[in-house]
Design a protein around this ligand. Structure first.
Ligand SMILES: Cc1cc2nc3c(=O)[nH]c(=O)nc-3n(C[C@H](O)[C@H](O)[C@H](O)COP(=O)(O)O)c2cc1C
Length: 205
């Protein structure tokens, strides 16, 4: 066999292996490659609203809070406060008063609040909503990475929800609850939604 033919065969085999590698690393399972694992975690997260009785470890809760506080914020103001609710009776009370929070079976809730004493002044004040939303998404992604389930339940800007939660969780007037994150070990296994839609972006070259 000619040398050039051997080289062609070797290259063809290498190409086949490369294609197999690309295809398999796009599967649902995280790989050893960190970038793949991070993207996969984002793409496979989905809201979980039903949970088992298993409690969360304190170390898991700390990881979730660390993830929240690692979020970007405008001028690095970090205008957030987190309330972790583990008390079963209070979780039930919140679930009864605010059914949208999906706390009926949750092991815990993290209430994400904007701290109005730390916001930017003037027109920048409302960046606290961006900042706390970034923190919330970080917590959702961290929960998914820990194989926990979670769902974001909107509170602000609904004044009725804000007032109810303020009383139930004793939130001071200097803070505004943006959302409640229900968290626990998943008792359901819904497929992630495919939201890719080329109509939702445009590129300016
Ligand atoms: C601002 C906001 C408010 C939401 N409020 C609620 C809520 O009150 N109750 C609920 O069950 N889910 C709530 N969700 C979760 C959405 O319903 C969910 O993210 C959406 O259906 C997409 O599904 P996915 O999270 O599985 O991708 C909220 C999500 C966001 C971002």
């Amino acid at each position: 066999m000619k040398t050039s033919t051997i080289i062609m065969v070797v290259l063809a085999v290498a190409l086949v292996f490369a294609i197999i590698k690309i295809v398999t690393t796009k599967s649902a399972e995280p790989t050893a490659n960190n970038a793949d694992a991070v993207i996969n975690n984002i793409m496979t997260r989905t809201s979980i609203r039903s949970f088992t009785d298993e409690p969360l470890a304190d170390s898991q809760i700390e990881t979730l809070l660390r993830a929240g506080m690692a979020a970007p914020s405008a001028v690095n103001k970090q205008p957030w406060k987190f309330v972790v609710v583990k008390n079963k009776q209070l979780l039930r009370q919140i679930a009864d008063s605010l059914p949208n929070t999906r706390l009926t079976t949750a092991a815990c809730a993290i209430v994400v609040c904007g701290d109005m004493t730390k916001t930017l002044d003037g027109v920048g004040r409302d960046f606290w909503i961006h900042d706390c939303s970034a923190a919330t998404e970080n917590i959702l992604l961290a929960a998914h990475a820990l194989e926990l389930g979670a769902v974001w339940a909107g509170i602000f800007p609904n004044p009725d929800r804000v007032d109810k939660l303020r009383v139930l969780v004793d939130i001071p007037e200097t803070q505004i609850p943006l959302c409640v994150i229900a968290i626990g070990h998943p008792a359901e296994n819904p497929s992630p939604k495919d939201k890719w839609n080329p109509e939702n972006y445009r590129v300016i070259e």
